[in-house]
Design a protein around this ligand. Structure first.
Ligand code: P61
Length: 458
């Protein structure tokens, strides 16, 4: 058996790219203020910034784009997508949106009042921000293992059901109009959520009449982990598992830029007719008519086809295999990463990678800068730059527990040779890690710092 199951597809179209020289990269990164978000895509060799909207579409999806029906209302692609969503997810109603956060915006505007709470295993940052934007409180209730980088819990994305029970008792069910589960749990390292956990969460919520919504953007990868790891599911198809997952939910938000295998697209689905009516009103206001929701007919078609392709078990075996292959190559050389690796990304543990750099000197950001300088690799810091904040009463800096650097693998884009190159660059950097210096801000914006901050080496 090869270490990595070969791609269950072959390459029909190629997009050339080139590796810059070290001297070029030094000039580029200095000009970008050491913020990788300001580096031009063509100056990046292997782009692992995100797995969102970066997938390669299949020939069937491209063919689908040619049968896009661009009528303003009731185009045929809407009905194809409706059929797909009903078959896979099982919800009665849905509205298309241009991406995941638009679905979140509509959902929370339709369901929340100021002061309400929305518990989750871990909200993604756009979800968190959309809840707070309408005056709600986003609350994360992950299991304890989620915060331990070396814990090999098979379902580290789970919600802590006891904490949920206590939370509802504390704030009162009337202030919780819905709860959520993010599958897989992106903010905890792309870790899966078990079906037992979905079922248990639903049981608690049902006692109080609180609806459950799933953030479904990596639903197929989550289904594959359940098939691999959860007792009783080895012989079920990923489709059967996905159907069971969603059968416990009252609706979902979806960024199809992940497991929809499209470059743009999303939707909001639900069973409640009254909610569908409210969401439709808001959709018309913000996104477009209810049969296109901010997308072209061709985008709806590519999404309808991609949602099926993402459930293909040969594809998932290769896809998750790629992430695990990269993780294993790093672990063999003792490079510290979050274990076990998740479905869409490998996360370097910057505190253990660079133990000589205190969090105040941004070890994650220093690691991101060096991955680019050494090999033209673009990763993203998920640590102090993103999350450190000043305590409101003491004025002291509070640093996050985890200081991570995410290497997100785009779907169907890179080959094993690319991954070997990434592993080689990281291993080489790890060998000379004492030479890496910390960083400080030269410009520190007041919020969403990571997108626009500028840095220099200490
Ligand atoms: C990502 F730095 N994720 O992981 P939209 N839910 C979940 C997501 O992972 C997610 C969305 C909802 C991104 C893109 C991204 O500050 C950032 O289609 C679990 O992007 O609106 C997106 O879906 C939102 C990265 C988004 C960021 C915002 O890379």
């Amino acid at each position: 058996m090869p270490r990595l199951v070969p791609e269950p597809y072959r390459i029909k179209v190629v997009e050339p790219f080139r590796l810059t020289t070290r001297a070029e990269r030094e000039a580029i990164l200095t000009a970008a203020g050491y913020n990788i978000f300001f580096v031009k895509s063509e100056e990046v060799y292997i782009d692992l910034l995100t797995d969102s909207g970066t997938s390669a579409m299949s020939d069937a999806q491209w063919a689908g784009m040619m049968v896009g029906d661009e009528a303003y209302a009731c185009c045929r692609n809407y009905y194809n997508l409706k059929g797909t969503i009903s078959d896979i997810f099982g919800f009665r109603y849905f509205v298309p949106t241009h991406q995941g956060r638009a679905a979140e915006k509509v959902l929370f505007a339709a369901m929340l009042k100021p002061g309400d709470y929305v518990p989750s295993n871990t909200h993604f940052d756009t979800t968190h921000a959309n809840i707070e934007a309408v005056g709600g409180h986003a609350v994360d209730l992950p299991i304890a293992e989620t915060l331990v980088p070396t814990s090999r819990h098979p379902f580290k994305g789970n919600m802590d059901v006891e904490r949920l029970r206590r939370f509802i008792a504390d704030v009162g069910a009337q202030r919780i109009p819905l709860a959520m589960l993010t599958i897989t749990n992106n903010s905890s390292g792309g870790q899966p959520v078990s079906l037992a956990n979905v079922r248990a969460v639903k049981e608690v919520l049902a006692q109080y009449g609180i609806p459950l919504f799933i953030d479904a953007c990596r639903y197929a990868e989550n289904a594959y982990f359940i098939k691999q790891r959860e007792a009783g599911y080895a012989d079920k198809t990923t489709l059967e598992i996905a159907r069971e997952m969603f059968s416990y939910a009252d609706g979902c938000t979806m960024s199809a830029k992940k497991d929809g295998l499209v470059n743009i697209g999303g939707f909001l689905a639900m069973n409640d007719e009254r909610l569908y009516q409210r969401a439709s009103q808001l959709l018309v206001l913000w996104e477009g008519f209810i049969t296109y929701g901010g997308l072209a007919g061709r985008d709806l078609e590519a999404m309808a086809r991609g949602l099926w392709e993402a459930l293909d078990e040969k594809y998932l075996q290769h896809r998750i295999g790629q992430v695990h292959y990269l993780a294993e190559r790093l672990l063999e050389q003792d490079v510290p990463i979050v274990e076990p690796p998740g479905g869409h990304a490998v996360y370097l543990d910057a505190r253990r990678f660079l133990p000589h750099i205190p969090q105040a000197q941004l070890p994650g950001q220093a690691l991101v800068a060096h991955l680019y300088l050494e090999g033209g690799i673009r990763a993203v810091e998920i640590g102090s730059v993103m999350f450190a904040h000043k305590d409101k009463t003491t004025g002291e800096w509070k640093y996050p527990e985890l200081e991570l650097v995410r290497l997100a693998i785009p779907r169907r884009v890179y080959t094993q040779t690319h991954l070997d190159y990434v592993a080689d660059v990281i291993i080489e950097l790890y060998r000379k890690r004492e030479q890496v210096r910390g960083m400080r801000y030269t410009y520190e914006p007041p919020f969403l710092r990571h997108f626009t901050a500028r840095f220099e080496f200490v």
